[in-house]
Structures are given as C-alpha cells and as structure tokens.
Write a protein that binds this ligand. Structure first.
Ligand SMILES: *Cc1c(COP(=O)(O)O)cnc(C)c1O
Length: 414
C-alpha cells in the first residue's frame, strides 16, 4: 500500500495501517466472515463520494447537488437486482445489524413475537439475543438444530411456529454450514401468517454465484452484508417484494439512519459488478471445494465436525473431546499466523467467552487463489499447532511455513 499523503500528514495512522497491511499479507485468514476486497473496490471506497450528504432515495433527496450520486446509487441497485432477481433493493444500510434493525422496524412493533435460531446453534446476535437490541425490543422465541444431525429440523420449526404464532420468522445464519430449505420456511410462515425474513449475510456470494439456493423468490424480505462472501466493502443491503418497497425505504431512512455512505455505495456497485462476472462463479465454487476439503481432512484426522461436513464456506470444529477450549485454540493458532474465531457448538456446555469449538471458513484464503492442495497443508498445520499448543518451537516453525505460503499467494490489494 503506497500512500502519497498519509505518511506526511499523519505518521501514526500511516504506520498502523502499514502494519495491519503487512499482517494481512503474511498471515492466513480463516475467519468465515472475512474476505479481501479488490483494488477496484478499495479505490471506490476511498473516493470523494464520502463528502456528499444525500438523505432520501434517488430523485427524492433532502440535499441539493445529488444528480451524480443518484446515478451511483441506481447503478448499485440495478446490479444488485440482476444478481439476486429481487423486485426492490435498498443499498444504503451501513452494516448487517443496522440493516436487520431496519427490517424489524419495517414489519414489527416493539414486543412482537419473532422466531430466530439460537445464537449457540449458529444464529446471529441480531436474531434475538438478549444482549442485542433485537432481543431487547422484540419478543424472540428461538429454535435450534437437531442435536443428532446438527441440522435444522423443519418439523420442529413448524411445531414451534404453530405453538407461538410469531409475526415473523428469521432464517439465515452466522455459523450454520448446511443448505437452508427456504421453501419449507415459507410454507410454515404461510400456515401461521408470519412474515419471512432471510439474513444471507454469510452465504450471499455463494447464492449470487448460483451455488446455493436463493430465498429472494420466496421470502418477503432478505438482508445481507456486502463484506463477507460477497467480497465488497463493509456494509449491507435489503431486498424485498415490491409491495414492501416503501416500508423498507422508510425504515432505513428516516427510521434507522441519516445520510447514506456514498463512497461505500460506490464500492458496493464495484463489488456487485465483480460478482456478475463469470470469474466470481469460479471463485465461489472454489470456496465451497476448499471448505469441503478442509472439513473432510479434519474428519480423517479424527476431529468432530459439527453436522459431519459442510455445504458452504464454513464449518465448526467441536474440540470438546480434545481437551482444548475454543479460546485456547484461537490463541494457539494466532501464534502461528492463522486467524480463526472461537465458536459455540449446538447446546454448548461451556460459556460463550470460551466455547467448545472454532469456526473455520475458506472465503479469504480462496480469494488468494489457494486451492485444495494448500487447504490440506493448512489443516495439518492447524492440527499440529493444536497438539503442540505449548511448544513455542513447533509453533514458531509452523508460523514460518504459514508465512511462506501466504507470500506465495498474495492478497489482491498491494
Ligand atoms: C455478520 C452478520 C450480521 C451482522 O453484520 P455486521 O455488519 O457485523 O453488523 C448479521 N447477520 C448475520 C447472519 C451475520 O452473519
């Protein structure tokens, strides 16, 4: 990253950015929610569009001088519609959680009942956890995965929905590695008269590539972050059926937010353009292959992979039987230059600060063009590091090997 002005203007900030850039280049990112953006996305994100205020929607702004910004936002919307086939799209949400807040605000009143997946089964904080606004404002009832299969049991969801009669059912998760039966959710929601809300933050890129099923045709409303598998800037979007267009737009602004971040809208448009290219489909297919390769190898090595494999870009290792906690594992891997996130396992006997598992994802490594061969190496390094978590010598040796691999597979930005 060569900056012309920053090192002169602000040495401290320039130095911190340079160090983080070096870390990203030399270390391996296996956190399932992270990715590396392209130089084109980065340039759009760093543009002067950040200077402009444009509360409202294209053609209906509360500030003058927005004709060019309107063009930008309409371009982002048009590309997003092409990717997912949605009737209406709002590209202004600042991030996933505010997007979900806007969705709830559009369809619910405080205290209304909503069905969401339990956090320790793979749900997101914004799907009704008590420490999150969602759990404080709305009356969330949680469903879980089947303890035997690790998969969502649709008969159980139906039973809970019939008992609770929620106003909305939320599907789409943060730590769930199996295909989701959107149609079955829709059918249950129709039976009890509930709205359907899909949060595809994690799998949006795989759905965009046509490799996982798309909830857009069935669901009332769909939200996604743009920075996970979709490989855009930090941010989010909301898609909905045409009849809800006004409700959603009003919930985003003035309901939840003020002015949209136009530089981010530009970067979203670039990322959507990239997602429409054939090369993105290849990328997404490799993401899934790489995750399956890692999960399969861990199983061969005797590890317990939740649900016994994966259909998408991530999987959860249950380390319970190995006498190592999720946090310990995270710290050990940090020492070899591999980032993973500690994760709960379904019905985790341990607390969230030190849960029983780690979540591993392939999107970022795949952006570096790593394939099955590299993934196998990575699995064996992880295994070795976990088995020698207190042996500084072994960890130092693995760290060197990780760095060598990373330098051979550069990140897309300089
Ligand atoms: C990541 C994620 C979010 C939140 O996104 P932020 O941008 O971090 O607020 C929401 N829902 C799901 C399912 C997620 O995985």
């Amino acid at each position: 990253m060569k900056y012309k002005f920053l090192p002169k203007e602000d040495k401290k900030v320039a130095e911190i950015i340079a160090r983080e850039n070096k870390r990203q280049k030399e270390e391996l990112e296996l956190i399932a929610s992270e990715n590396y953006i392209s130089s084109a996305v980065l340039e759009a994100q760093g543009s002067v569009l950040t200077n402009k205020y444009s509360e409202g929607t294209p053609g209906h702004r509360y500030y003058g001088g927005n004709q060019i910004i309107d063009e930008m936002e309409l371009l982002a919307v048009a590309r997003l519609k092409k990717i997912f086939g949605c009737a209406h799209a709002n590209v202004q949400p600042l991030s996933g959680s505010p997007a979900n807040a806007a969705v709830y605000m559009a369809f619910l009143k405080p205290g209304d009942k909503v069905l969401g997946l339990k956090l320790d089964h793979g749900g997101h904080l914004s799907h009704g956890h008590p420490v999150n606004f969602s759990g404080m404002l709305y009356n969330f009832v949680q469903y879980g995965v089947d303890p035997k299969t690790g998969r969502i049991d649709m008969a159980e969801v139906r039973r809970i929905a019939k008992r609770e009669k929620p106003k909305m059912i939320v599907a789409g998760y943060s730590a769930y590695c199996r295909e989701i039966d959107w149609k079955a959710f829709k059918k249950i929601a129709d039976e009890v008269g509930a709205y359907t809300f899909a949060d595809i933050a994690h799998t949006a890129g795989l759905i965009a590539a046509g490799l996982m099923s798309n909830p857009v045709p069935y669901f009332d409303v769909v939200s996604t972050t743009t920075h996970k598998t979709l490989r855009g800037p930090r941010g989010a979007v909301i898609m909905c059926q045409e009849k809800y267009a006004k409700l959603i737009d009003r919930a985003v602004f003035p309901g939840m937010q003020g002015g949209p971040h136009n530089h981010t809208t530009a970067a979203k448009a670039v990322a959507f353009g990239e997602a429409l290219k054939p090369s993105f489909k290849k990328y997404a297919a490799q993401v899934i292959k790489n995750a399956k390769t890692m999960a399969g190898e861990f199983i061969k090595l005797g590890y317990d992979v939740v649900s016994g494999g994966t259909d998408n870009h991530l999987f959860i290792l249950n380390l319970g039987a190995r006498g190592i906690g999720g946090r310990e594992a995270e710290v050990a891997l940090e020492q070899v230059g591999i980032s993973v996130s500690r994760s709960t396992i379904p019905n985790d006997p341990n607390p969230p600060m030190n849960p029983s598992g780690i979540r591993i994802g392939s999107p970022a490594a795949t952006t570096r063009k790593m394939k099955e061969k590299e993934m196998l190496k990575v699995v064996h390094w992880i295994d070795e590091a976990l088995q020698n978590k207190d042996d500084k010598k072994v960890l130092a040796r693995i760290k060197k090997e990780v760095k060598k691999l990373c330098l051979a597979f550069p990140i897309p930005t300089e």
